[in-house]
Structure formats: structure tokens, C-alpha cells
Design a protein around this ligand. Structure first.
Ligand code: ACO
Length: 383
């Protein structure tokens, strides 16, 4: 009988690959994409530039950025079969599910997509370009019944905003949306990226990889949290109620969504620092109830620090990110889908990186603790 191995519940602390994509520097509370500090990219860069950096390993030159921008812009249009598919969907579906179904359908339409082929990177870029069109089209079809064509003269996120809201973003909205997409674009070996790599290690096609990653992301402990976190802020509704809410949750032993992280135990998620600032600026600029909601989020953060900080539970990205999307006008059920529109870049980068070093099949072990040597009885003798 073999000795019981150490079991890493939740695979905590397990390294599955080498990577040069994202560094989470826990000593200095910083995150880097390909060596560049995320907080700087998030405030200064664009979706196209950072996606290029993450996918190709370096910041683009002017010519490279022009070419990549036009590659994305020219792949925004949906095939007519997918548009017909979206038209047939009922309203009220979760947008992240619509995205998952749509990418699965695109894979079915691609008759060469049974296994990894030479064009996987090209197909992946097409999916990155098309994903916002899918989400915005579903929104428009189920609100005003229209299916606007994407524009090629707008940037990736400006076009998404335009398609979603039927108007171009102002400077403030555009900068905030760029920041959000860059922030959510990548974060090391999180659950959905690990799912993507695991599935890709079977050498399946890129559509199946993204569908699997989306299935992971939608869970409330992962990307689904930016929907639940906003619900919490709205439900609490006033900073004066935050303390009582947190005490009640702690007493019941329930999780408070928008807080806690597998990696950030000693300090809050570094992304919350600049997102809190962005949320404050947007709340001040938009005024009204938004300011109260921002103060509520801040009061929740303070109360969680007081009651759960000693357990390593601090604010995570989703707390302020969920509010920022709300202040930009997105209905809250779109939050997880918006997360996915950015993280798809990280998934693709990890998968391409893993394939480039041989992509060894991922296969884990489990320690069996069930019964052995039971006698099989025919069903009429089992009582
Ligand atoms: N609210 C209340 N208590 C919490 C929370 C929380 N959000 N998170 C952790 N705790 C408690 C745990 O219950 C545990 O308490 P115990 O020691 O008394 O049993 C202690 O803190 C340690 O927590 P773990 O379960 O070890 O934390 P783990 O690393 O497994 O979980 C996770 C991380 C899943 C993210 C968790 O913090 C959580 O469920 N948070 C809420 C969901 C959420 O916001 N997810 C978004 C994550 S970030 C992202 O995906 C972008």
C-alpha cells in the first residue's frame, strides 16, 4: 500500500509551467505584464497595445500596432450563421453564456476545427476581435431589436461601447474602459487560464479551449464575482449599513463577494489601488447615487478589513471593477462577459506559450479513499 501523498487542495502553491507573461510580485504588491507594471499600462496604454504585448511578448512599434489594430478591426463582423443564431436566442440569458454558446457555434461552423492546427493563432485573434461584437449584438437584439454593424474606424473598446450603447464613448468613458480591459486581460495561472491550458494540452482546437475557459470564468468564485459584488454594493446601498452587513455575514459564516483571493493574503489585490481611485473619479464626475454606492463599497472594504483582515481577506479587483462597469452604464449581468472579453487575451497567450514548449498533456493524480474488493451481486440479490 502506497503512503498517503500530500494533497494540495485547490492545487494551492503548485507550479504547472514556466511563463514570461505575467509576474505577480507578492513581495512588492505589484503585477507585471511581460515586465511592464500593470498599474502603468492600465492607466496609459490601450487594449490593442497591451494585447499585442501579452500575445507577442513586446510592445509594438508604430507599424506593428497599425497592422495589429487593423487585423482586429477587420475581424469584428459576425458570420451570417452566428447572427441568425443570436437572433434566435431568447432574452434574459446570461451574456457570458451567450458568448460561450456563440464561440462553440463558431467552432462548429469551422469545419477544420477538430484539433490544433497551424492557424490557431490567427483563429484566436479572430475570436478576440469578434467576442465584443457577440456580446454587444446580443444586448442590442434583446433591447431595441437592432443588430448594428461594427465600425472599423474605432478602437477595439470604443467600437464595443459604440455597438453596445449606440453612441461613441466620451474621453472619460473611453479611458475607463481601456483601463478595465487592460486590468482584466491577464493574471497568471488563475482558474480559467489553468482550465484553458489543461484543455489545450489535449491538443484540442482553440474554440474548445475558450469555451472551457468561459465555463470556468462564469463561476461566482471567479469571474462571476463581479456580478455578485455589485449586487452586494447595491443591496447594502448606504455606507452606514456596511458594518452591520459584514458582521452579519461573518456570523453566518458566509462569503462576502468582492473580497478574498487565493494569492493576495498579506495585502489587498494591487489592482484595487488604482481601480478605487478610478471608481472615485467616475463617481464624482457622474454624481447622484453613484457617489453613495462608491462610499458604500469603501465602507464595506473598511469593515471587511476590521473583521476579516486577520484571515487574509481583503478587497479584490471585482469590488471596484463591478462598480466601474455599472457607472459606465453596463447592466450588471454583463459584468462577467466584460471580464471575459478582456481575459480571452490572457487565455490565448498562455495556451500559445504552453503549446510552444511542447504542451505536455496535463494529467493529475488523486488518492483513492473508497472501499476495495467489494463483491458484485446481480441486481435481484441486492435487497
Ligand atoms: N468572505 C468571508 N470570508 C472569507 C472570504 C470572503 N470573501 N474569503 C475567504 N474567507 C475566509 C474563509 O472562509 C476562511 O475562513 P476559515 O479559516 O475560518 O475557514 C479564510 O477566509 C481563508 O479563506 P480560504 O477559503 O482559504 O481562501 P481561498 O484562497 O480558498 O479562497 C476565494 C479564495 C475563493 C476567492 C475566496 O476568498 C472567496 O470565495 N471570495 C469571494 C468570491 C470572490 O470575490 N471571488 C473573486 C476572486 S478574484 C477574481 O476572480 C478576479
Amino acid at each position: 500500500m502506497t503512503l498517503k501523498p500530500e494533497i494540495k487542495w485547490g492545487l494551492e502553491g503548485v507550479y504547472v509551467k514556466e511563463s514570461s507573461i505575467c509576474l505577480i510580485d507578492l513581495d512588492n504588491a505589484k503585477i507585471y505584464y511581460r515586465g511592464y507594471e500593470l498599474s502603468e499600462l492600465a492607466l496609459k496604454s490601450t487594449f490593442e497595445e497591451t494585447a499585442y504585448l501579452i500575445l507577442r511578448g513586446k510592445l509594438p512599434s508604430t507599424a506593428e500596432l497599425r497592422e495589429f489594430t487593423s487585423e482586429l478591426a477587420s475581424n469584428r463582423e459576425l458570420p451570417k450563421e452566428l447572427l441568425a443564431f443570436l437572433r434566435g436566442l431568447p432574452s434574459g440569458l446570461r451574456p457570458i453564456d451567450v458568448l460561450r454558446l456563440s464561440i462553440d457555434y463558431l467552432g462548429v461552423l469551422d469545419r477544420e476545427a477538430t484539433a490544433r492546427g497551424p492557424n490557431e493563432e490567427v483563429k484566436a485573434t479572430r475570436l478576440i476581435a469578434m467576442a465584443p461584437t457577440i456580446v454587444a449584438t446580443y444586448h442590442r437584439l434583446t433591447t431595441d431589436g437592432s443588430a448594428p454593424r461594427p465600425r472599423t474606424d474605432l478602437s477595439h473598446v470604443a467600437n464595443y461601447y459604440y455597438m453596445f450603447f449606440s453612441r461613441e464613448p466620451g474621453d472619460e468613458e473611453l479611458r475607463a474602459l481601456e483601463t478595465m480591459f487592460i486590468t482584466y486581460m491577464e493574471h497568471g495561472m488563475n482558474n480559467s487560464s489553468f482550465t484553458a491550458v489543461t484543455v489545450a494540452s489535449t491538443l484540442t482546437d482553440i474554440y474548445s479551449v475558450i469555451v472551457a475557459a468561459l465555463s470556468s470564468l462564469k463561476g461566482p468564485l471567479h469571474g462571476g464575482a463581479n456580478f455578485e459584488a455589485l449586487k452586494t454594493i447595491i443591496e447594502v446601498g448606504d455606507p452606514s449599513r456596511a458594518e452591520e452587513y459584514v458582521i452579519d455575514k461573518v456570523r453566518r459564516g458566509e462569503k462576502i463577494i468582492g473580497f478574498g483571493h487565493r494569492v493576495y493574503k498579506r495585502f489587498a489585490d494591487p489592482r484595487t489601488v488604482y481601480l478605487k481611485d478610478l471608481a472615485r473619479r467616475l463617481a464624482v464626475s457622474k454624481g447622484g447615487d453613484y457617489l453613495k454606492l462608491f462610499e458604500t463599497a469603501r465602507a464595506l472594504e473598511d469593515a471587511v478589513e476590521r473583521h476579516l483582515g486577520h484571515k487574509g481577506v481583503h478587497a479584490n479587483t471585482d469590488l471596484y471593477a463591478s462598480l466601474i462597469y455599472y457607472m459606465l452604464g453596463f447592466p450588471m449581468e454583463y459584468n462577467p462577459a466584460n471580464f471575459a472579453l478582456a481575459r480571452i487575451v490572457g487565455w490565448v497567450a498562455h495556451v500559445l506559450e504552453y503549446w510552444s514548449v511542447g504542451g505536455r498533456l496535463i494529467r493529475l493524480m488523486e488518492y483513492y479513499v473508497g472501499p476495495r474488493d467489494l463483491r458484485y451481486l446481480p441486481i435481484n440479490e441486492r435487497g
